[in-house]
Design a protein around this ligand. Structure first.
Ligand code: ATP
Ligand code: MG
Length: 236
């Protein structure tokens, strides 16, 4: 059986995962602050939009405007896709009453119903969904991480969507607070950072990708103005 795979939008990453993310998967993108999770999500959504797919981007730690600006710096024009109705950005940070695509409360039930409303509006065809981040939903109840991740996967994957969920790892321990998303997810992309020789270096390793003979090496990456994530090569 041939597995249909979706491009991540990051040059060189699809080869590392045998051609891309299998359609319908739920992939966890995990890492400490500033490691590139949001930048990856922007690539993933943009890649779908450039192929005529539609996108839903839920942002919890940055405003919709911040995501649009960040995308613009890498050459992606989210405003035009928002106008065309191919993209819906659900802003869970600002919570403005007049904004139909915002969340009043950071609650899992509200998140799911808002995403389904957006999904219905986007109509037929495959949709890429990003929830950046899931951690916001279990901030004060880390024991719920596994259950919430499971709910998202079970309920939303019926809607012909491929899903990227980001999860934050603590600066202090390099571990997620609340565990479980890693087990529920079909794939894990682990972003890392460390200072070597007085310079901040970034890394990416595929920790899991079901149904995929993926590369096991750690890759050094960079985030470059005008481009986004650039894969430098395997870390030696
Ligand atoms: N235009 C740009 N040019 C070069 N690097 C940039 C540019 N914009 C952002 N970056 C880099 O990307 C980093 C932010 O990455 P990103 O927002 O993806 O982190 P994150 O993993 O989502 O972190 P958090 O958990 O805090 O949300 C910045 O700290 C900066 O180093
Ligand atoms: Mg982020």
């Amino acid at each position: 059986m041939v597995i249909e795979r979706l491009s991540t939008g990051v040059k060189g990453l699809d080869e590392i995962i045998n051609g891309g993310i299998p359609r319908g998967f739920t992939v966890a993108v995990v890492g400490e602050p500033g490691t590139g999770k949001t930048v990856f999500c922007i690539h993933f959504i943009s890649s779908g939009l450039s192929k005529g797919e539609k996108g839903i981007y839920v942002t919890t730690e940055e405003s919709r405007e911040s995501i649009i600006k960040q995308a613009q710096l890498f050459g992606f024009d989210f405003n035009s896709d928002l106008e065309k109705g191919n993209l819906i950005i659900i802003d869970a940070l600002m919570g403005e009453k007049s904004d139909p695509w915002s969340l009043r409360d950071i609650e899992i039930e509200e998140l799911l119903s808002k995403i389904i409303e957006a999904r219905r509006l986007l109509g037929k065809g495959h949709v890429r969904l990003v929830i950046d981040s899931m951690s916001a939903f279990w901030l004060d109840k880390p024991a719920m991480a596994r259950k919430y991740s499971y709910m998202v996967k079970r309920i939303l994957s019926k809607w012909d969507m491929t899903i990227v969920l980001t999860s934050q790892y603590a600066v202090t321990t390099s571990l997620g607070f609340g565990f479980g998303i890693e087990h529920v997810a079909d794939g894990i992309l682990r972003f890392r950072k460390t200072v070597i020789g007085g310079v901040l270096k970034r890394f990416l390793v595929v920790e899991k990708m079901r149904q995929t003979d993926h590369d096991k090496r750690v890759f050094e990456i960079d985030i470059v103005n005008g481009k986004g994530i650039v894969i430098i090569g395997p870390y030696k």
